[in-house]
Design a binder for this molecule. Structure first.
Ligand code: ADP
Ligand code: ASP
Ligand code: MG
Length: 400
């Protein structure tokens, strides 16, 4: 069976006008002979009536059980799927809605960020065999006991790729409000350009480091099963970004010759530098941090100094731990982590030198750095973020 999965994000299904565009994208694939599964997000963003954040705002700061919170959040996708299905049906295309649970997505009971244990797609296949278009509610599954769970914010991308994997689909299209994966967030870098081809490695890194355009878990699943992903804009006919394995690109002739593919950012980071840390009290400090479930990033340890970053929500916890242990430390608030990504930077000298030169010329201080074989990270003050992204974008000629 030739199956394709199409995922439509919040803005794609937010208005009647956009939903008609979505319908046309689905019909086009259906008419060309594909068995078509569409996975949808809740309609719109914060402030719009049925968006996930709006549903959450109904309980505001009230305490709510995580199980019931997931049930509440799952409603947004249900509403969106029913409206889209009805649009297709009223235009003569028979469709059926399946919730994540009905579509066979079984998860653990970690409400709010549930892990998918298995996908049993028999009901999807049954409906496809009847010639129907199947609309699945993204972002959700259910435990073995039938309790509804959600997969973490932005999780509809994950639903789509999981379903594509279970159905052995030809490819998964992720429709959003930009023309594909870009060299930087176009809301901050006006010169950002769409990348035609990318490999899983780079896209995963980009997503993990803050680019919202696709969820990192979705990329992980696509990578493990080598599912081709295409990121496209619902509102136009652009070719979008094709994501495959890097070895496949090399065979296919990699068209992106640049060292750096894209840059991204993570806000709300805080730098912590601890001074009086020998081996013994470092171990104690790290155990306490782990017990408090605080995740550390950009870890740079020297004999006399330990530097790392945390999310700003964890500041109070870390200050308590450091004060109780009588550590001497310095905290730098309002930081931002910039990630400069490209799988070709491995072993290439001079990349860091270019970054330092470009930023120092503009008076931007680098507070800390780290690197891996695909990425260079720089911690800077948040006030410098927009300028920094634009300077680096220019320095590495990403807009051309
Ligand atoms: P959807 O609701 O369709 O899932 P998201 O808001 O989750 O859409 O993701 C799309 C947004 O991601 C875009 O509007 C864009 O501002 C942002 N974005 C951040 N970094 C990038 C990037 N490198 N390329 C494309 N979009 C990006
Ligand atoms: N509606 C969910 C969210 O806003 C899932 C998604 O859009 O992917 O996080
Ligand atoms: Mg998204």
């Amino acid at each position: 069976m030739n199956i394709i999965v199409q995922k439509f994000g919040g803005t794609s299904v937010a208005s009647q006008e956009n939903r008609e565009k979505v319908m046309n994208k689905i019909i086009k694939q259906y008419e060309s002979g594909y068995n078509t599964v569409a996975v949808v997000s809740a309609m719109g963003r914060m402030g719009e009536p049925y968006a996930t954040d709006t549903l959450l705002s109904l309980v505001g700061n009230q305490k709510i059980h995580l199980r019931e919170k997931d049930l509440l959040m799952s409603c947004g996708e249900v509403i969106s799927a029913v409206i889209l299905s009805n649009l297709l049906n009223s235009n003569g295309y028979e469709s059926i809605v399946l919730t994540g649970h009905q579509a066979g997505i079984i998860t653990d009971d970690n409400f709010g960020s549930a892990k998918v244990l298995k996908v049993n797609p028999h009901r999807i296949l049954e409906s496809l065999n009847q010639g129907k278009i199947v609309i699945v509610t993204g972002f959700q599954g259910a435990t073995e006991d039938g309790d509804i769970t959600t997969l973490g914010r932005g999780g509809s991308d994950t639903s789509a790729v999981l379903i594509g994997e279970a159905l052995n689909c030809e490819y998964v299209e992720i429709y959003t409000d930009v023309d594909g994966i870009m060299t930087a967030d176009p809301r901050i870098v006006p010169e950002a350009r769409v990348l035609e081809n990318m490999c899983y490695l780079e896209v995963h890194q980009l997503a993990e480091e803050g680019a919202k355009v696709i969820h990192p878990k979705a990329v992980e699943i696509a990578k493990r099963s080598r599912i081709k992903l295409i990121i496209k804009n619902t509102l136009n006919e652009c070719a979008g970004t094709i994501i495959k394995d890097k070895n496949d690109w090399i065979i296919d002739n990699d068209t992106n010759q640049k060292l750096i593919s894209a840059i991204t950012y993570k806000k709300n980071r805080t730098q912590v530098v601890v001074d009086n840390c020998d081996n013994n009290n470092t171990e104690k400090l790290l155990s306490l941090i782990a017990e408090d479930n605080i995740s550390l990033d950009l870890i740079n340890f020297f004999v006399d100094k330990k530097a790392f970053t945390i999310d700003e929500n964890d500041i109070e916890h870390i200050v308590n731990i450091l004060d109780d242990g009588k550590y001497t430390y310095n905290i730098v608030h309002d930081c931002c982590k910039i990630s400069i990504i490209g799988y070709k930077i491995r072993g290439i000298p001079g990349v860091m030198a270019s970054i330092v030169k470009a930023l120092s010329k503009e008076g931007i201080d680098i507070l800390q750095t780290s690197d891996s074989y695909t990425t260079i990270w720089c911690l800077i003050k948040s006030k410098d973020m927009d300028k920094c992204l634009n300077i680096l974008h220019k320095e590495f000629n990403l807009g051309i």
